[in-house]
Structure formats: C-alpha cells, structure tokens
Design a protein around this ligand. Sequence first.
Ligand code: C5J
Length: 228
Amino acid sequence: MSEVQLAAEPFDLALNPLRTALVIIDMQRDFLEPGGFGETLGNDVSLLQAAVEPCRRALEAARRAGLLVIHTREGHRPDLSDAPPAKVTRGAPSKRIGDPGPMGRILIRGEPGHDIVPSLSPAPGEVVLDKPGKGAFHQTDLAQILMVHDIDTLIVCGVTTEVCVHTTIREGNDRGYRCVALGDACASYFPEFHRVGLEMIKAQGGIFGWVSDAESFATALSAAQHAA
Ligand code: C5J
C-alpha cells in the first residue's frame, strides 16, 4: 500500500499505512455510561457520546485498510494491587475505585463497566491493552507491540482528550512516534479542556504532534487502498 497525505494541522503529513496504528483510548462504559467511574467523579458522561460515531468511522476505515488497531482500557486488578493509594483515595467521589456500582466494581478489570462500549467492540485479532494509568505506555507492553509491527505513526482517539489521550500522545511523542489526534473522535467532560487540549498538541509547529479528524483519516486511507 502506498503512502498517502493526511490533512492535519499544523500541516499535512504523509502516512505509510503499514507503519501506522490506530489507538483508541478508553472508550469504556466506565467513562461513557451513567453509574461508572466518570460519573462517580461528578461528570456529565453524556458529553463523551460525541466521540463514539467518529471513533467508529475511524475504526472501520482502519479495519478496511488493514491497519494495526489497538484498544486501551484503564482499570485495575480486582485486589487493587496495581492501584496506587494516591489514585484510590484522592478527592471525594461518590464511589471509589473498587466500590460496587450498577456496572460492577468501579474501574476494575473483568467488570461490565470496564468493557468497551458495544459499538466499538474489539474485533478478533485486535490488540486490547489494559493499563493501570492514564498513559498507554505506562506499565504496558505497548512499546514492544509497536516495535514488532515497525510502527512510526500513532493515530489517537478516544477519551478523555486532556487526560488519557493527551498523556498517551505526550508519551508517544517523547518516544519518537508521530502522534495525530483525531479531534472529533476525542471528547472530554469539559468542552473547554477538549478545545484547549487539541490546541496544545498542534501549537508551536506541532509541539506534541498533529490534529486531524475521522473523515480526513478515512479519506486518506481509502486513497491508499485505491492506489494499491
Ligand atoms: C480519566 C481517561 N479521565 N481515560 N481517564 O480519568 O481519560
């Protein structure tokens, strides 16, 4: 498959689909649905719905083009042995990590709330990466997976823009990956943080990377397929 141009800010970039991975961050029921971790922190979880359809568009385009697809999930072991006390005890949420909730224990692996929302369910063969922190590189085998697949560019979407998406892009950028956020396929509980989070990525000539959108990504990949 040939290289294609992806329309992005602060400037377009050439993608080699064979060296590009789609990384979908934490599109889990715990963040997007009532009764999960996001709501226990006092957030209006309905705000994250805006990212679902653009994520689905990006995911379908990536699948059609045969890209490496990685789904991440934030969560902890049932015994909380990987949950830092500083994370578990911080603030005054309505429920803490590990407490029982309507979708099972909050932010715990294996519980219904930890699942990815049904419309973005991982397909067989796609990587599902469980992470205990905000960044997808922290305490995971993501770097090893990207190295084995010879990936140089990460197309990142999911939730939330300024937390796990941003942390992952910052981690990826420092490790030498070209990181592109699909802006409309990201969302935040704080619309202003979403807007500024995207601005921060592309400011200063792309200090952390690029910002594009799901439609431009799909268009670029279909051009690659037609040229193949
Ligand atoms: C948060 C995330 N917001 N996936 N996690 O705690 O962004």
